[in-house]
Design a protein around this ligand. Structure first.
Ligand code: NAD
Length: 308
């Protein structure tokens, strides 16, 4: 087929073949996956669209080398590897896939809550070690308890719906969401101090901004119930890690489940290895479905940009 007049879509990071096929006919699809910088700079001059994941950095140099480029689509949530301001100056659209992994994060959050409250990792470790200590792992139920959701955006709402299905009472704190909107999603909107006092499970779903760093600190943790389970699958640093480690060591709260840390990997963090802390290595978005969806969203953005 003569592809000379077809727009060139350059794929610079790995995408499943079926996702690329979603572009449909009419595009000249080229790959430079795993390419070094020189190869990328040699390939971009022909590109009308560029699809990337995390590995490829799109900066001023790449944009300057790509006069035909109309869109950079990132098959992922953040845009840390794209110079968005430079793209705007160059008239290049930038797209990402902000909703691709929200279900995955919400499901991990619920999984961590149940794993922590029923002490599943410790129980599994004891059986593997040859023990059979049925009374050593008494846990607690979710039903009838209060979930405090800090940040009632996309993921916070999905978590609320899932925890409501476990018969939890749902409270939330989010100054940018009205009490009516919270109520529509089954949550009672409360001030932060009330959220901290009332929660049996507090789960954090905030962006990391200057306003939210350390928003749960020493003073907030002192309001919590001694049985509180604190969960953070959002971003490290939103919960003050020093204050949290102290509260956990002094057993002023019941436990924590953490997928994210201020510094990753959290080498030497006082939070890692405590008996009442469950940790995962930032796997919130790590599902096949989320990756597939991110690719599909990027492909859709490219089609929309090039086909108009
Ligand atoms: P979102 O933007 O949809 O929701 C965030 C909510 O926080 C918004 O409703 C906003 O009004 C609220 N908010 C902002 N400042 C606030 C404040 N000071 N107090 C209370 N609420 C405030 O974001 P989302 O898609 O739901 O993502 C939530 C978090 O999850 C983000 O930090 C994101 O980076 C993180 N995340 C983590 C993983 C992972 O792998 N663990 C994957 C995806 C997203």
């Amino acid at each position: 087929m003569n592809t000379e007049s077809q727009p060139v879509v350059l794929i610079a990071d790995p995408l499943p073949a079926e996702t690329v096929a979603g572009l449909g006919p009419g595009f000249d699809v080229r790959h430079c996956v795993g390419a070094d910088r020189e190869e990328l700079l040699a390939a971009v001059p022909a590109a009308d669209a560029l699809i990337i994941r995390s590995a490829t950095r799109v900066d001023r140099e790449v944009l300057a080398a790509a006069p035909r480029l109309r869109i950079v689509a990132r098959a992922g949530v953040g845009l840390d590897n794209v110079d968005v301001a430079a793209a705007a100056e160059a008239g290049v659209a930038v797209a990402n896939a902000p909703e691709s992994n929200i279900t995955s994060v919400a499901e991990l959050t619920v999984g961590l809550i149940i794993a922590a409250l029923r002490r599943i990792p410790a129980a599994d470790a004891s059986v593997r070690a040859g023990a059979w200590q049925r009374s050593a792992f008494t846990g607690s139920e979710l039903a009838g308890k209060t979930a405090g959701i800090l940040g009632f955006g996309r993921i916070g709402r999905l978590v609320a719906r899932r925890l409501a299905a476990f018969d939890m009472r749902i409270e939330c704190h989010d100054p940018y969401v009205t009490a009516e909107a919270a109520a529509e999603h089954g949550a009672r909107s409360v001030p932060l101090d009330e959220l901290m006092r009332g929660a049996d499970v507090l789960t954090v779903h905030l962006p990391r901004t200057p306003e939210t760093v350390g928003i749960v600190g020493e003073a907030e943790l002192r309001l919590a119930k001694p049985t509180l389970l604190l969960v953070n699958t959002a971003r490290g640093g939103i919960v003050d890690e020093t204050a949290l480690a102290a509260a956990l060591k002094e057993q002023r709260i019941g436990g924590a489940a953490l997928d994210v840390f201020g510094i990753e990997p959290p080498l030497g963090s006082p939070l890692v290895g405590l008996d009442n802390v469950l940790t995962t290595p930032h796997i919130g978005a790590g599902t096949r479905e989320a990756q597939l969806r991110a690719g599909q969203d990027a492909v859709r953005a490219v089609r929309d940009a090039l086909l108009g």
